[in-house]
Design a protein around this ligand. Structure first.
Ligand SMILES: *Cc1c(COP(=O)(O)O)cnc(C)c1O
Length: 386
């Protein structure tokens, strides 16, 4: 079955739900058993015995995501940041070495530099485009290779199969933040990666109204991962699981529209004299377009725009008065967003050099012609301020 069918069917069973189309929200901490022995049996069988370690609602979402990712099982956690950071904390110990991609999501980088360092775990940042040459950076104590593709803010696409194969040969685990591609457009577990992470907050939620992370792993890695993650005791709320399931039902339809509009707007931007580069792997002009085409089956609505010589003050003047692009963190909801980020302070392996300030755009579900008109008016303000 195609993914667009699976998102409508996975994780629900009306016969089990008194005929209702959607699974109910199970709230609760305590789960009651008829006898002490029954409780012990349920624990031994890893059935649901306490709200913190899962509910039928969270299990429905976990089942759906694990299936879409092509993984063995999935674990849900209270945010995307927790999914990234607690995966690292669950698998590493003092004295270990972590290889982290230089273009990783900023808050993940911060966790490595502050918290992992405090626990005696050393992080080295590597060039997202290093590919199979990563082997030169492996040390005897390297335990984990962390990827994110495309990279946050700068959208480099990694050679995921080459990196995963190099790590596997040395017995090093691999994990990837695969939020941009979503489980529909990018399936890193099928490319040799051990652990795939999603910020469910983004497109699976899809409506800017919940926070959640999902960690999906292969059968070989899952038991160790679960033991480590459960130690933190940070499940998402049952309501948020229910909302995420609701978002999932329309994921394929929304993504198709995000992709179509983003391509339209990105192609229009490419032709603008104010624009130097559009950092969108789905464009033929993107330096990693070939890798994207090989490993992804689609693109979402998030990309970067490098302005041609305009300073940040001008970019801000453009962004501040856009009507349809909200200024705010996150992405993946139905609405368009803009940020004026500066990747330079969070790049160490490959310093960020650009011809001008940059914009990060999320193309929402509005009519793309309306978005283009809004951006066109923005460019007039950019030129006036630049
Ligand atoms: C937003 C984001 C996260 C963090 O998700 P939260 O739910 O906001 O904590 C992690 N990785 C990437 C790539 C993201 O864009």
């Amino acid at each position: 079955m195609q993914d667009s069918t699976l998102v409508t069917t996975l994780g629900r069973d009306p016969a089990d739900q008194r005929g209702f189309v959607n699974p109910p929200v199970y709230r609760g901490s305590t789960i009651l058993f008829p006898t002490v022995a029954a409780m012990e049996r349920a624990r031994a069988a890893r059935e649901i015995t306490y709200g913190r370690v899962g509910t039928p609602t969270s299990h429905a979402l976990e089942t759906a995501i694990a299936n879409l990712e092509g993984g063995y099982r999935c674990l849900l956690i209270a945010s995307g940041k927790a999914a990234c950071n607690l995966t690292l904390a669950a698998l590493l110990r003092s004295g270990d070495h972590l290889l982290m991609v230089d273009s990783v999501y900023g808050p993940t980088r911060q966790f490595c530099d502050r918290t992992l360092a405090r626990f005696g775990i050393e992080t080295s940042y590597y060039d997202p485009r290093i590919g199979g040459d990563i082997t030169a950076l492996f040390r005897p104590e390297t335990r984990l290779l962390f990827l994110e593709s495309p990279g946050s803010l700068t959208f480099e696409v990694q050679d995921v199969p080459a990196l995963a194969a190099a790590a596997r040969e040395r017995g090093i685990l691999t994990a990837i933040d695969a939020t941009w591609g979503t489980p529909l457009f990018f399936k890193p577990l099928t490319l040799g990666v051990d652990i795939a992470i999603q910020a469910v907050t983004k497109y699976i939620g899809g409506h800017s109204d919940l926070l959640m992370g999902a960690i999906t792993a292969t059968e070989a890695v899952f038991p160790r991962l679960r033991a480590g993650i459960e130690e933190f005791g940070a499940p998402p709320s049952p309501e948020d699981c229910w909302l995420a399931l609701r978002g999932l039902r329309t994921l394929a339809a929304r993504l198709a529209r995000h992709q179509e509009s983003a391509l339209l707007v990105a192609r229009w931007l490419e032709r603008r004299p104010e624009v130097s580069r559009v950092l969108f792997p789905a464009l033929e002009s993107h330096p990693d377009h070939g890798l994207w085409k090989r490993d992804f089956t689609g693109a979402c609505g998030l990309f970067g725009v490098v302005l041609d010589g305009f300073p940040e003050t001008a970019a801000r003047a453009m962004a501040d008065a856009l009507e349809l692009f909200g200024i705010g963190a996150s992405w993946g909801g139905f609405e368009s967003l803009v940020l004026v980020p500066d990747p330079a302070p969070v790049r160490t392996a490959v310093p960020w050099k650009a011809e001008g300030a940059m914009l990060r755009l999320h193309i929402g579900l509005e009519d793309p012609d309306d978005l283009i008109r809004d951006l066109e008016a923005g460019f007039a303000r950019l030129r006036a301020a630049g």
